[in-house]
Design a protein around this ligand. Structure first.
Ligand SMILES: Cc1cc2nc3c(=O)[nH]c(=O)nc-3n(C[C@H](O)[C@H](O)[C@H](O)COP(=O)(O)OP(=O)(O)OC[C@H]3O[C@@H](n4cnc5c(N)ncnc54)[C@H](O)[C@@H]3O)c2cc1C
Length: 489
């Protein structure tokens, strides 16, 4: 029987990074992939955001060079009304100056998984990990409740010091080890359609951008590659949703503005898939004796918009580091491996899930609520008409009257959203940095006659007494940048 320090199940982003990290640490490592090669299935959109420049700059440099890569400098939001007419188009953060937080500015990248996964797997192999493809893992080996290795579909047993399960949302490993049977709510099925396109026309029409389409019934992302794109629509697996994934996809491709875009870049449908994606308020338990779960197997995708590749790579790294530490002490018990959870909760990965419940609830009550979405689009459209650039082009009346008519209508619509705001937006306020709250209060101070002569410290004390909601932000002991202790899940 073959024996390794670390056996990684899955050759996706999480598995490759776990294998690379384990091999870098000098551990005898194998990673097992059921596909003929990593990325075989070409699943998922695969847009990688700006934070890759912060955490993995050397990788990002090389990913930008992969054949299917298209730079992403902004996200274009297309807003459709109840008749599927394109009514509003806007872009997120158009300037590097807005968010030049780290090298790369606003730059992200989109790349097909058939390029990304082999690239990441190659890094693991270069570090010394062994990759076995066309190897389906069908079971875990257990001894006295502890995972001690894996069994392949061909009947081979492979012994492991530690198993890292990176086998995706359906994780056979998690189920076979008795960690869970089903996700139990919160998973979504993403129907997706891939198109081939004319590269030059894409450059002209799409540019360096991701696109999204929002409107009644639709919350659709469009990830644009060098000469093709995916669209995908998240859909909760819930009984009160009467749309079937394929029907929903058919409706999407029939939207006239979408068809116009397709015509202009010679888009031709190429492949239809539907994938399960864990989209959870918080990940369930991620370790057991002898085994850790990473990436989708652990339920890590972002609870707001289900980005998951950074999460897979990051958790793969943390899991392999934990494995090296546990193996060096000769103890891979459940208690020892619980340190994995402590570590990821203390990292940016943990921070991502601190607002999991609020984000999932917000999404559920907006993008995934067709009736609510109809009214929200109306509100957003009125709101957009108050923008100075829009009011210049409203010739329905005298400009000031136009402004007032839109304001009037928006104010009429607003009370309906009072409950929505109270339920879904106010809970997010606790995430605002105390230093930003103080900044706003200091801007108001000179305008408050009685308070303007107080020292800043006394002023904050008065404000804290005046409002219980403000008090936690004004407590001198409160953290300046991160209001919540990391890992407070
Ligand atoms: C439609 C869609 C669009 C998405 N778009 C984006 C996006 O734009 N950006 C982003 O960051 N995230 C996106 N995500 C999420 C992202 O794809 C996942 O979070 C990410 O792929 C998780 O990586 P992973 O390594 O954990 O799992 P996976 O990518 O699922 O990899 C698992 C690997 O394990 C292999 N495997 C599975 N079972 C076995 C087994 N029993 N034996 C051997 N091998 C096995 C599989 O073949 C696969 O190669 C999207 C997801 C979907 C479904």
């Amino acid at each position: 029987m073959d024996e390794y320090d670390v056996v990684v199940v899955g050759g996706g982003p999480g598995g490759a990074m776990a294998a690379k990290t384990a091999a870098d640490k000098g551990l005898k490592t194998v990673f097992l992939e059921r596909g003929r090669k990593p990325g075989d299935k070409n699943s998922s959109g695969c847009g990688l955001g700006q934070r890759w420049w912060k955490d993995y700059p050397e990788l990002m440099e090389k990913i930008m060079e992969l054949p299917s890569a298209r730079k992403v400098e902004m996200v274009v939001i297309n807003l459709l009304d109840e008749h599927d007419r394109l009514r509003y188009k806007s872009g997120t953060t158009g300037s590097d100056l807005c968010a030049n937080r780290w090298r790369g500015g606003m730059e992200g990248v989109s790349v097909y998984r058939k390029d990304l996964d082999p690239f990441l797997a190659g890094l693991a192999e270069s570090a010394g990990a062994e990759l076995r493809t066309s190897t389906l893992v069908s079971d875990v080996m257990m001894d006295d409740g502890a995972v001690t290795g894996v069994k392949t579909g061909d009947g081979e047993s492979i012994k492991a010091g530690v198993v890292i399960a990176a086998d995706g949302g359906m994780s056979t490993m998690a189920r076979k080890a008795g960690m869970r049977n089903r996700w139990g709510g919160g998973c979504t099925l993403v129907p997706q359609l891939d198109f081939s396109c004319d590269e030059k026309k894409m450059d002209d029409v799409i540019g360096n951008a991701e696109w999204v389409w929002f409107g009644p019934l639709y919350g659709t992302y469009q990830v644009n590659f060098r000469d093709g794109f995916h669209i995908g629509a998240g859909q909760w697996l819930r009984p009160d949703w009467d749309e079937k994934p394929l029907d929903m996809m058919k409706k999407l491709v029939q939207m006239p503005p979408f068809q116009a875009m397709c015509r202009s870049i010679d888009a031709k449908p190429r492949e239809y898939q539907a994938h399960l994606l864990p989209w959870l308020k918080k990940p369930p338990k991620t370790y057991t004796s002898g085994m850790m779960l990473v990436g989708d197997a652990a339920g890590f995708p972002c609870p707001l918009e289900a980005e998951g590749i950074w999460h897979a790579v990051t958790s793969g790294k943390v899991a392999a580091e934990t494995a090296a530490w546990a193996l060096s002490s000769g103890d891979v018990s459940e208690r020892k491996l619980s340190d994995y959870e402590r570590r990821w909760k203390a990292s940016d990965l943990g921070k991502e899930h601190e607002f999991g419940e609020e984000f999932v609830n917000l999404w559920n009550a907006s993008i995934f609520d067709p009736e609510g979405m109809k009214r929200q689009v109306q509100l957003l459209l009125e709101f957009s008409m108050l923008h100075p650039f829009s009011i210049v082009f409203d010739w329905g009346d005298a400009h000031m009257d136009c402004f007032n008519q839109h304001l009037d209508h928006m104010l009429d619509l607003l009370p309906e959203f009072g409950d929505f705001g109270k339920t879904y937006l106010v809970p997010l306020a606790r995430g605002i940095w105390p230093k930003n709250v103080k900044h706003v209060l200091l801007m108001a101070k000179p305008r408050i006659p009685v308070l303007k002569h107080l020292s800043d410290e006394t002023y904050f004390k008065v404000m804290a007494r005046f409002s219980r909601k403000l008090a936690p932000f004004l407590d001198p002991a409160a953290k300046q940048e991160a209001p919540l202790p990391r890992g407070s899940l």
